[in-house]
Write a protein of this length. Sequence first.
Length: 381
Amino acid sequence: MQKAELVAKHGDFVNAFRDGYRLPGYPLFLSAFYHISDSPLLAARYAQIVLSALTILFSYLAMVNIFHSRRKSILGASAIALWIPFYYFSPILYAESCSIFLFALFFFTLSNLTHENATNVIYTLPVLLALLVYLKPNQILIFAPLLVFLLFKVGGQNVKHIGGITLIFIILLIPWSIFVSVMNGKVIPLSTTAGANLYLGTGVNADKEDVTRSGSLTLRTAVKLGLRDQDIVRQTQQDVQDMSTAEKDNYFTTVAKEIWISRPIRTVLYALSKVLHGFGFSFRGFRDLLLVMFFLSSIIFSIYLWVSNSYREWCAFFWAVLFVVSLQMFVFLSHQRFKTVIFDLPAMMMIIMGMLRLFDNFFKAPIRIFHQKSWRDRHNL
């Protein structure tokens, strides 16, 4: 919000973003409302509510492309509308609501991709992905599931487009990378937050007192493994006091690497607990239980779809998303809101696709056979 106000009221983009701590996507989104409303932050919240509603709309349109059935698409969109995490962040001034909307639009574009219109549609994807990265740098990981989907969907004859997509994607990110690198006198591909997140992901600063309040699996694991290290925490707090943001990024990256090397087994176990926590396995209450059921259902239905030779390109996309989300939580942080953006929609689609396929295979098929037999009986065949 501070960066948005600096841009909106003073037009000072350079000083707002020179530290590279935040990419400009979401602050610029917020800054737009300073020019159209006397209550810009309230207007931004209303806009995010609209974007959340459009997420349901674009999910419906994606399912129309996938199922070629309005009835099935309405059922699927109704299920998505009931999944609260998709619009939980609407009134909160985080980048999540904008990211969820853009990812739904990205998902719709994927669903609109065919052999016939590949050239026309496929080059929209790197533009949408670049916008997602400008909102949150970790969303660059979506590029891997995109490539996996394209290899399954368009086949070998259109592999040539992958090079073009990669080139456009890089070109769209280069201006920011050049700007932030020049401002800090070192090469910075995206942001200066990776080092801090990598350090926080080692568990050395886990607060033992928080275990009794939140009881998350990550905190319990950190305490159990004795990862909390007050000496490291005290030293880092002292060392970074006079550092620039870029210098802190380098420093925290170095400290995190040393922690991984000095206590590899304990850090790996902690990293695995972060992944499990991200998908709800902290079991702190009904919400976590629901997330676990959601996660396991998506896995089971994705396997069922693959075995039944249905929607395999979407299964591959889902598994690739699952991998990159797990990798992010393993290395960096495991906040459940991070996985909501890019995992929940593909997971929900696996559940919807799987349930509809299950219904077709075990309910509609016997009904069709019954009607066919009745017709034969009536005509003495």
